[in-house]
Design a protein around this ligand. Structure first.
Ligand SMILES: CC(C)(COP(=O)(O)OP(=O)(O)OC[C@H]1O[C@@H](n2cnc3c(N)ncnc32)[C@H](O)[C@@H]1OP(=O)(O)O)[C@@H](O)C(=O)NCCC(=O)NCCS
Length: 171
């Protein structure tokens, strides 16, 4: 289901990313030529296809893997959403990163406040809301959305539980 992207598949990745809009991303449309440039630059080195029956249904790119807090970019094609792929992908990458990279303490994800599906996936995968950034996410029309930050920490991943941030610490 998860297969590492190979630079020889650059055209397929460009087709996938430029093939539909991604309204919850800072750049809702992806420039095909830009993808090809970024493949050459190594931008997609830690990227995985999410495949269903041999069909490319999604893509997940891991980044900042050398840091204590890596992040990821997850995109499921519109016709494959709502069938559990997003949740499976976040569970898979979380297990993979914590298992393979001993220096990683946290994995973070930031999304737009109104990205209900992504927020649901994150919560279901043990990620906890840590931050709320008011009017931090301008869209293409100039409308400013709030954004929210989630993370899973290694002890929670190990125990299967969730601890909450100490929000009520005097402010
Ligand atoms: C966000 C995304 C990755 C989720 O992937 P997915 O495969 O659709 O997710 P899943 O099917 O695993 O789960 C989605 C959950 O959200 C729920 N959901 C989806 N849209 C919803 C909505 N508008 N309101 C309430 N719940 C919603 C689904 O019911 C499901 O929950 P359930 O399984 O408990 O019923 C996918 O929609 C996507 O790629 N979106 C566009 C790109 C994007 O926003 N990426 C994240 C950027 S940070």
């Amino acid at each position: 289901m998860f297969r590492r992207f190979d630079a020889g598949e650059a055209e397929a990745l460009a087709d996938f990313l430029a093939g539909e809009p991604w309204p919850f991303h800072a750049n809702a449309t992806v420039d095909r030529a830009g993808v090809l440039d970024r493949v050459r630059d190594g931008h997609y080195d830690d990227t995985y296809w999410i495949e269903v029956g041999g069909v490319r249904a999604g893509v997940v790119r891991l980044f900042d893997l050398g840091d204590e807090t890596p992040m990821f970019d997850l995109r499921i094609s519109g016709r494959h959403r709502g069938r559990g792929l997003g949740r499976a992908a976040v569970r898979w990458l979380t297990d993979k990163v914590f298992t393979e990279l001993a220096h990683v303490e946290r994995i973070e994800a930031t999304t737009r406040q109104d990205n209900v599906a992504m927020r649901r996936v994150l919560r279901q995968c043990g990620y906890v809301k840590e931050a709320h950034y008011r009017r931090a996410w301008p869209d293409a029309d100039g409308t400013r959305h709030d954004s929210v930050g989630y993370a899973v920490i290694r002890p929670d991943w190990q125990s299967g539980g969730t601890t909450v941030p100490d929000f009520h610490d005097g402010d």
